[in-house]
Design a protein around this ligand. Structure first.
Ligand code: X2X
Length: 344
């Protein structure tokens, strides 16, 4: 009798202990630190966004998930085109990555690099926040990552040290540093330039020594990267492509977290991404052009293409668009064009 009572008491205790074990027990498999990869750190909007995500995760999980940001693609020795593979393999736990840098592995992400597909920020939003964004997230979900939110690097404007660019012929013979997707080699070759592919880490010394004449990056990167001090005195606003950022977590890491913590990480990503997009667009719109003014005071000659001038660049890259639309997937490209045409 006595032993039965003891047994029952023991069982009751065990039952009481169980839910508690489930609540906090997950933390037992949690890593002491989760590595978050970005190409750019602070004070670039991208780095501010990554840092903010880490901060919000800590806050919303009451410190159960501790994220440390590794900017400069340092987890892949600066080679940003290897980031997605490292993420899949679990060498990287989380990332805020550019569609350009992941497009060598996920060809559909080249969509955003189709020259002159997106005329404005609303077009970009129509893609990332609509059916296309969902389709791309579903696709990424089959590739060992859990995508959570879209951020933004931005519209990539062209700069160089040699001359003002207002028509395709002005690009002739200019050595332009481009990022990791072969689409960029095609685009700049079609424009008569001499493109060369290199990482962001290598781009800065190449610009400063004059090994290359120019580059293309969003205005926030142009300013935070102090490109005018690297000889980049001619800037043309042509809005030919824009790269969104994607907040993701490695799938196994995601599965190791409790439901509650997963939702906290997701909410943190959505909030950090919303804030990051606002920062990346600051000062470059008609209503607030403070960043453009700031650039002009740094001795940079800024050319804003007229719609007709822009059409000349669009015409010169049309064959590249058509070639790559096939590789990306005609249905996806069609759906993107339809979403953009219907944007509000
Ligand atoms: O390398 C670049 O140009 C950058 C920083 O914009 C990207 O990572 C796509």
């Amino acid at each position: 009798m006595k032993s039965l009572r003891a047994l029952l008491a023991g069982l009751a205790l065990a039952a009481m202990a169980l839910p508690a074990t489930f609540d906090s027990g997950a933390a037992a498999d949690y890593k002491a630190e989760y590595k978050l990869s970005t190409v750019l750190g602070k004070p670039f909007p991208w780095g501010i966004g990554g840092d903010r995500w880490a901060e919000l995760v800590k806050e919303k999980t009451n410190g159960r998930i501790n994220v440390k940001m590794y900017p400069g693609s340092s987890l892949v020795n600066g080679d940003q085109t290897k980031e997605f593979t490292a993420l899949r393999q679990g060498v990287i736990d989380m990332a805020v990555g550019s569609t350009i840098n992941w497009s060598p592995q996920v060809k559909e992400l080249n969509l955003f690099s189709l020259p002159f597909l997106m005329p404005d920020h609303k077009a970009m939003d129509a893609l990332t926040q609509g059916a296309v964004g969902k389709q791309l997230f579903d696709l990424l979900g089959t590739k060992d990552v859990v995508p959570l939110a879209w951020g933004e690097n931005g519209f990539r404007e062209i700069s160089n040290s040699k001359r003002a660019i207002s028509k395709p012929e002005d690009l002739k013979g200019l050595k332009i540093r481009v990022v990791g997707s072969p689409l960029y080699l095609d685009t700049f070759t079609a424009l008569g330039a001499n493109p060369t592919q290199m990482s962001w880490a290598d781009a800065q010394p190449a610009l400063s020594t004059g090994a290359v004449d120019g580059q293309e990056n969003p205005l926030a990167v142009f300013v935070a990267g102090k490109l005018p001090t690297l000889g980049q005195k001619h800037l043309t606003l042509w809005g030919y492509v824009a790269d969104p950022l994607i907040f993701v977590v490695n799938k196994e890491v995601w599965a190791s977290w409790s439901k509650e913590d997963q939702e906290a990480v997701r909410a943190a990503a959505v909030q950090a991404a919303t804030e990051e997009i606002a920062i990346s667009r600051k000062g470059i719109t008609a209503g607030d052009d403070s960043l453009l003014k700031d650039i002009a005071t740094q001795g940079v000659e800024v050319v804003q293409l007229t719609p007709d001038q822009q059409k000349a660049f669009q015409g010169a890259t049309k064959a590249v668009y058509e070639k790559w639309a096939k590789q990306i997937g005609p249905d996806l490209v069609k759906s993107a064009e339809t979403s953009i045409a219907a944007r509000k």
